[in-house]
Design a protein around this ligand. Structure first.
Ligand code: FAD
Length: 457
């Protein structure tokens, strides 16, 4: 494909494009084609690094004229590598970094290349925040369009629940300001299946007053893993909206390979409420490490960044659980004993509070039941260890399968999660999504995502 465009067309496109156009061999091409997951090694024929909405419109017009398949890149964190394409055109928003905060009305508008770390810093200076991811390096775009879970979800809902409007460039090149008032069906679909309907140039979020949180980690010896995960079950059953809890089997961050059973927390209520709510955690068992305390919200969002270095090799699997019962917990402990990489972990993420008080069909995110999402993050650096790590991840996922609900969180689906996994991500909203897709993208131009095919008319 590379170099196969009509050069005259390419020339007139490049005149109208204010960002950078990179083709194989150009300076910066190799870096720009790389995404977070080092396993992804795709070579676009063209990377259109947009500087604004007009560039997105121009890039889409060029793709339509030349019948170039496209992918869209926000933060580039999708483990399945859906942001990048072999042989086609990558519409890359990572240079689009503008953020405007209006503290009077507690809203922020941010462009599609912004990461949560950048967003949080910009809102924190006004004492405001909204739900973003657990780490700071993910893109606001893909994470929000797929739902968006993180430390503040119990109190403020998912990232998508805080969305007020989106500036969207559609498959036909129209620029729409999409909100509940202007395009209710499309706005509904963008909040959970949003990568299917266009390129989101910018996002407007509702913000909430928030300065300090109480957050961090309590780690126990791996011998106590069964008790720690049972404690997670009891602790989360009583957790108020302000308290987000992850239970984890992980390795010490010092590279020693020591296995740990950990509880990570963020409490966004008052210091007095946090002290009372975190008391059972701080009094439980005999931890080897207790690092929990008050900190600015942007800081809690960076605590686990180092565990996910850019370029490391990743393979992930996740599913909601019916309940982390004793048998599921024992299976997790057993499987973790054979984990081949000191960068990998098993997690239980607590969904509760505001995130599950929204109806299953009020947005395109159907997962509105309180409970735990089970996640295996396999991360390693040696390409020779890939088969071993992928096999362990699959075996671990299969071992836990009897405990799963038939529901999967879209943002964690890996490249091989297709068919039933896609159905399990969209659940009862699938048919309505296919109908919205037919109206806004009948030719399925936007298909490098967890794809909803257009309904047949
Ligand atoms: C280390 C790590 C931590 C994570 N933590 C969390 C977490 O805490 N909570 C959570 O919910 N998820 C989390 N995820 C999953 C993450 O939400 C998804 O990978 C998400 O797709 C990332 O968004 P992105 O913009 O960075 O990704 P990209 O790879 O750029 O894009 C992901 C998908 O969205 C599409 N897309 C991107 N930008 C746009 C746009 N502007 N318009 C239209 N479509 C677009 C892409 O085409 C692609 O299909 C994590 C992933 C990693 C690797």
């Amino acid at each position: 494909m590379a170099g196969s465009f009509d050069e005259d067309r390419f020339k007139s496109f490049s005149v109208s494009f204010s960002g950078a156009l990179l083709r194989p061999g150009d300076d910066g091409y190799e870096e720009a084609r790389r995404v977070h997951n080092g396993l992804i090694d795709k070579r676009p024929a063209l990377i259109a690094r947009c500087r604004g909405t007009a560039d997105i419109v121009a890039a889409l017009a060029f793709a339509r004229e030349t019948e170039l398949e496209i992918s869209v890149r926000g933060g580039g964190h999708n483990v399945g590598g859906r942001a990048v394409i072999d042989g086609g055109g990558m519409i890359d928003l990572s240079l689009m970094k503008a953020i405007q905060v209006d503290p009077q009305v507690q809203m922020a508008r941010a462009e599609g290349g912004v990461t949560w770390g950048e967003f949080n810093e910009a809102t924190a200076v006004h004492g405001l925040a909204t739900t973003g991811g657990f780490v700071s390096t993910t893109g606001i775009a893909g994470l929000t369009l797929g739902g968006g879970i993180g430390w503040l979800m119990g109190k403020y809902g998912l990232a998508a629940d805080n969305l007020v409007s989106v500036e969207l460039v559609t498959a036909s090149g129209d620029i729409l300001r999409v909100s509940e008032d202007t395009h209710p069906d499309l706005f509904w679909a963008l909040r959970g299946a949003g990568a299917n309907f266009g390129v989101a140039a910018s996002f407007e979020f509702r913000l909430h007053p928030l300065d300090q949180v109480t957050g961090g980690l309590v780690a126990h010896p791996i011998d106590a893993a069964g008790q720690v995960l049972r404690f997670y079950r009891e602790f989360t059953a009583a957790a108020p909206d302000e308290l987000e809890v992850n239970g984890a089997l992980v390795h010490a961050p010092d590279g020693s390979g020591m296995r740990l059973a950990a509880i990570a927390v963020c409490h966004c209520g008052s210091p007095e409420q946090a002290e009372a709510d975190l008391k059972p955690l701080l009094e439980f068992g005999s931890p080897v490490m207790v690092q929990v305390g008050p900190m600015p919200y942007p800081q809690v969002n960076t605590l686990f960044d180092d565990a996910y270095p850019r370029g490391a090799l990743n393979y992930w699997k996740s599913s909601f659980m019916r309940e982390p019962d004793d048998s599921a917990i024992d299976t997790m402990v057993d499987r973790f004993a054979s984990c081949p990489s000191i960068m990998s972990g098993l997690f239980l993420e607590h969904w509760h509070g505001a995130a599950v008080r929204v109806g299953a069909s009020d947005t395109a995110v159907p997962h509105r039941e309180a409970g735990s999402n089970f996640l295996v993050t396999s991360v390693w650096t040696d390409p020779a260890a890939t088969d071993e790590n992928v096999a362990w991840t699959r075996q671990t996922f299969a071992a836990l399968e009897p405990h799963f609900a038939q529901r999967r969180y879209l943002n964690y689906l890996d490249a091989d999660d297709v068919g039933d996994a896609v159905q399990a991500a969209y659940g009862p909203n699938f048919a309505r999504l296919a109908e919205v897709k037919r109206r806004y993208d009948p030719d399925n131009l936007f298909r490098l995502n967890v794809n909803v095919e257009p309904a047949r008319s």
